[in-house]
Design a protein around this ligand. Structure first.
Ligand code: PAF
Length: 283
């Protein structure tokens, strides 16, 4: 496994043998089982696997959130070596954003709501860095988690709009045995908050039960999730949504498919979770 910093080194390794397929897993480090599930899928589907680790400052709209983001490169590298990763790319801030940097990629309509509304500028930061990672790395396939459902939908849209020559693979959410979606932020939950954090999955499951009992109405699904969150004293709701899984438009009236999603503060830790429901199927 090679660990490199510069775009030039990445290109040298990636194109050493142009016949090989490469899977790229873009990350911000602090790796957990969710990331490793992406790495394993990339390992199974490509000749070579690269992982980028870069805590992207321009996708954080709060300095304290950026400062608190966990970083542990040594541990990340050990985990990735054990998964048979070929290349780790850890660019510096100045490699990604030299002092005269002034070009941004922005996906418009579908970034207005949900995480986009709660975190102004977030998706512009994500799509800009991901476009640059794709441009330098030129992977055959890139892997993202369904946990960040809006991010996955926005990146798919960017790839279509700008005709990037790669496949986007979105992998299922990985959960702890009790249902909490894995996240780098979970390490910041104390024991009481960790227990309270289960309310997100509980709310999604309540909406799923309603769906299974025939409820197809956007408002009723949102109300069901809101009621469960409201009953948890340590939880403060940021938003709940029942939206179309591709366009991310909120469902008004009835639907055959829905992306249920939410962001909830447990103390000062903001957690997100989601679930896709389709008539006749649950993802
Ligand atoms: O999902 C993440 O970890 C980040 O948003 C990503 C895709 C690596 C871009 O910085």
């Amino acid at each position: 496994m090679q660990v490199v910093k510069t775009a030039q080194d990445v290109r040298g390794l990636r194109w050493a043998d142009p016949t090989l397929t490469w899977g790229l897993v873009p990350t911000m480090g602090a790796l957990h089982e969710g990331h490793l599930s992406l790495v394993r899928r990339a390992r199974a589907e490509n000749d070579r696997v690269g992982v980028s680790i870069f805590v992207n400052p321009i996708q954080f709209n709060r300095q304290d959130d950026l400062d608190a983001y966990p970083r542990d490169l040594e541990r990340d590298a050990e985990l990735l070596a054990a998964e048979g990763v070929d290349l780790i790319w850890t660019p510096s801030n100045t490699e990604m954003y030299p002092p005269d940097f002034q070009t941004y990629v922005s996906v418009e309509t579908m970034t207005a709501g949900l995480e986009g509304a709660a975190r102004p500028g977030h998706f512009r930061g994500v799509t800009t860095v991901v476009a640059k990672l794709f441009n330098v790395f030129q992977p055959t396939r890139a892997y993202f988690g369904q946990k960040d459902a809006q991010q996955a939908a926005v990146i798919r849209q960017m790839v279509r709009d700008l005709a990037f020559n790669l496949d986007i693979i979105v992998c299922p959410i990985v959960r702890e045995p009790d249902g909490l979606a894995m996240s780098s932020r979970n390490v910041r939950l104390g024991p009481e908050a960790r227990q309270a954090a289960l309310v997100l999955f509980r709310a999604l499951n309540a909406a799923r039960s309603a769906w299974e009992n025939g409820c197809r109405d956007g408002d009723r699904l949102r109300d069901t999730m809101r009621a469960v969150i409201a009953a948890e004293p340590l939880a403060r709701l940021d938003y709940v949504s029942a939206a179309h899984p591709v366009t991310l438009q909120e469902i008004e009236g009835e639907t055959e498919q829905v992306l249920l999603s939410m962001a909830v503060f447990i103390g000062d830790v903001r957690l997100i979770d989601n679930m896709v429901l389709k008539t006749g199927a649950v993802e």
